[in-house]
Design a protein around this ligand. Structure first.
Ligand SMILES: [Zn+2]
Length: 350
């Protein structure tokens, strides 16, 4: 079954057809996201912090895209709303678990979607962190900030995926199943690419070299389309040994920076001696659930509750939810209104 996604197809066809849905929608007609440069800030070499950048109030969907020099890691070190209240502050892990606005460490580039409490953001500053220890560090360098202002997502807006697979997957069935898992958000697989079976070993939390190398071999991805890579066997070394990963999204939210895609392991990876080229087809239910969970991360959702007890920054997330940290649990279904609002604020929902 294929779902009707007129807004989405409109945006994707606009480049070829020159216009879509009448005139007067330049962002659709352009076929690209209309990022507007805002500022280039400098990390203070002695502290690794930038000054606070004032941000003009926005209406509708506002997203910041931030860039450092390649390989430089940084985080939101300060963020204040119009009343001067701090929404974010320096943190020492992969993300700020206690901030009113939960943000992640960024390496090279990332998106910041100004949604919910962050919609009223009036000032923001960044600070360098050590990519391995994730602790604040000194050092110079630029941070370039661009901004995208768009109207709220249309009612029929949805996700366009490029399915990159070494496993046997039915693209239309996957799109329909993922849409159902994502509370009915329209989902379309707009392109498919076959890749060889392979193992993708990652050396620790900061290593995404194998993921980036896989993506570098693919044709360029159209703006606003999310790559979903299904099939490679993902493993990650950590101090406790090597973990097998069911899925991985390198940054929350996704949309910029290295290894920018959703990755899902073949279900038979590491089981009974099965190799990454196991020819058995994927179980569609499991695949859809894991892909939808990883897309939830890509669109800005954190786990309802992490292993250390930290909960996300939304008011209504329950433990029986797609964003359970174990998404294959039987009751890991559904999304709350605040979660749906957050994913619809991501600029790739078009
Ligand atoms: Zn997860």
């Amino acid at each position: 079954m294929s779902r009707a996604v007129p807004g989405l197809l409109c945006a994707l066809l606009a480049g070829a057809l020159g216009a879509c849905g009448g005139d007067g929608d330049p962002q659709v007609a352009e076929g690209e996201l209309a990022w507007r440069p805002v500022a280039t800030l400098a990390f203070d070499p002695a502290t690794g912090q930038t000054p606070l950048l004032p941000l003009a109030a926005g209406e509708g969907r506002v997203t910041l895209r931030v860039h450092s020099e390649p390989g430089v890691c940084f985080q939101v070190a300060d963020a204040r709303d119009g009343a001067g209240q701090r929404l974010a502050e320096p943190f020492t892990g992969p993300f700020c678990a206690t901030c009113a606005w939960r943000t992640s460490r960024v390496r090279t580039a990332g998106l910041l979607v100004l949604e919910g409490r962050a919609a009223g953001l009036s000032q923001i500053a960044f600070g360098r962190v050590n990519c391995q220890t994730l602790r604040p560090t000194a050092g110079p360098g630029p941070v370039t900030v661009a901004r995208l202002d768009e109207p709220p997502a249309a009612a029929d807006a949805g996700l366009a995926l490029r399915l990159v697979a070494s496993a046997e997957v039915d693209p239309e069935a996957l799109a329909a199943d993922v849409s159902q898992e994502l509370a009915g958000l329209p989902v379309a697989v707009v392109a498919t690419l076959a890749i060889p079976a392979q193992d993708l070993p990652l050396e620790g939390r900061d290593d995404d070299a194998a993921l980036a190398a896989l993506l570098a071999d693919l044709p360029p991805r159209p703006a606003g389309v999310i790559d979903v890579v299904v099939g490679p066997c993902l493993t990650r070394a950590d101090p406790f040994g090597t973990q097998r990963l069911a899925g991985l999204t390198p940054r929350i939210p996704g949309g910029a920076g290295p290894a920018d895609a959703v990755f899902v392991s073949r279900q038979t990876c590491g089981l009974g001696g099965a190799a990454s080229d196991d020819p058995r087809p994927e179980d569609p239910t499991r695949l859809a659930r894991v892909v939808a969970h990883e897309l939830g991360h890509y669109l800005g959702l954190f786990h309802a509750e992490d292993a250390d007890g930290a909960v996300d920054d939304l008011p209504d997330t329950t433990s029986e939810n797609l964003m359970d940290r174990a998404p294959l649990r039987a009751d890991a279904r559904g999304l709350t209104p605040a979660q749906v609002a957050r994913l619809r604020a991501h600029p790739f929902v078009r």
